[in-house]
Design a protein around this ligand. Structure first.
Ligand SMILES: *Cc1c(COP(=O)(O)O)cnc(C)c1O
Length: 392
């Protein structure tokens, strides 16, 4: 059946060969490709350290653990994100709260953040960690968030799952200039892929060390960390309760190979985004706003329907596109609407911008191998149910 997905990986012959070479080598996991990938990622985003793991979800969990998030703590994030941005705090027993979004970027609103911090300070409920999410690959206003973190004493984890290859104020997203830790995802719909996979980057040696140890059961093989002298060559100690969040060498090899095309992928995404901008000009949709400080990685191209100008519903537009094989999507259902979170008592009226966004947003297909012809088809199908005449 004819289908245009909303996102899709791009795999080259070089990528395939890189994975096959690992299959023929001595190490399928815990071999030389992992540290090599970590080094290259860190270099690419201008951070000191990288810890490669089996998903961005795991990376977010390790980031929270490394920052000491625990029961009784509060973590704030955006409601317009994938559930993993909030779940990581729940894994640590912390409570989650949300900051309503900015009307233009759909990232968390700095004004709302400041208001909420002031209120939380009075109530003695300040967050331990704030997790800004760079929605669609566009950076949050990180220097403002950093300033607020100094005043209200919280730590920062950037959920940059959408944003590898993007820039903020002319520097790579993930350089951790404005945060403690940044996390990227390498799921196939993201900018580069390792099949499943993620990474946490930081400039802090101690945070790097903690995340690396927790990635593999909390085990150490280093004598300096052991509580007693080694009992022999076999010896290791588990110092705390960690996990098996390791990435394999097969994945790391794919990651290294994909990383070489990162800039090309992002620039292709920009070309496609500009083409959508052009095709949608003057139509009853709002195209993605781009903040002047941000060079987006353009993971997503999100439009909002001007429902007051058209006589069909959001849902009808979705159904129409999907029935034509165009797999549009909605990023995201506000996290507090999911039953697991809803039962914790969040009120929809506390997040009017997230609610308005949810009633109008559509992610159009965007991935490096999408063609201009396919984009024209998408836009034609999008506009047909919007009350525009099409000539057959
Ligand atoms: C994809 C995604 C994640 C989770 O990534 P995985 O690698 O699939 O665990 C987390 N946060 C956001 C914003 C994402 O889009």
């Amino acid at each position: 059946m004819f289908m245009i997905p909303y996102g899709r990986h791009s795999i080259s012959d070089e990528d395939i060969e890189a994975v096959v070479r690992v299959l023929r080598s001595d190490f399928l996991t815990q071999g030389p490709r992992i540290p090599e990938f970590e080094l290259q990622i860190a270099k690419k985003v201008n951070a000191n350290f990288a810890v490669a793991v089996n998903s961005a979800t795991s990376a977010l969990h390790l980031a929270c653990l490394a920052l000491g998030v625990k029961r009784g703590d509060v973590v704030w994030t955006s409601p317009i994100t994938f559930v993993a941005s909030a779940n990581c705090a729940r894994y640590c027993g912390a409570q989650v709260d949300f900051i309503d979004i900015d009307t233009r970027t759909y990232n968390l609103s700095i004004i709302k953040l400041e208001e909420k911090l002031e209120l939380a300070k009075k109530e003695g409920r300040l967050p331990k960690v704030v997790i800004p999410v760079h929605l669609a690959g566009q950076s949050c206003e990180m220097s403002e968030i950093k300033e607020l973190s100094k005043k209200y004493h919280f730590r920062i984890i950037e959920d940059a799952s959408h944003a590898v290859g993007g820039m903020y104020k002319g520097e790579p997203i993930g350089n951790c200039k404005y945060s403690d830790i940044s996390v990227f995802s390498f799921h196939p719909v993201k900018i580069i892929t390792t099949g499943e996979g993620g990474v946490a980057v930081t400039n802090d040696a101690e945070l790097n060390h903690r995340m690396a140890r927790l990635r593999s059961h909390g085990i150490t093989r280093s004598q300096e960390e052991m509580t007693i002298p080694s009992e022999g060559d076999w010896f290791y100690q588990q110092l705390e309760l960690g996990y098996n969040y390791r990435m394999t060498d097969l994945q790391a090899a794919l990651g290294i190979s994909q990383l070489q095309r990162l800039d090309e992928f992002v620039s292709k995404r920009h070309d496609l985004a500009s083409n959508y901008d052009k095709l949608l000009k003057g139509k009853p949709v709002i195209s993605p706003f781009q903040h002047k400080d941000s060079y987006s990685a353009f993971h997503l191209y999100i439009v909002r329907l001007k429902l007051e100008e058209i006589n069909v519903t959001h849902r009808q537009v979705f159904e129409r596109l999907r029935s034509h094989g165009i797999q549009v999507n909605l990023h995201y259902i506000p996290v507090y609407r999911h039953p697991y979170y809803a039962k914790m008592g969040y009120k929809r009226q506390d997040f009017p911008e997230a609610e308005a966004y949810y009633s109008e947003a559509i992610s159009l297909p965007l991935y490096p191998d999408l063609t201009f012809d396919q984009q024209e088809l998408v836009v034609e199908r999008l506009l047909t149910p919007l009350g525009h005449q099409t000539i057959f």
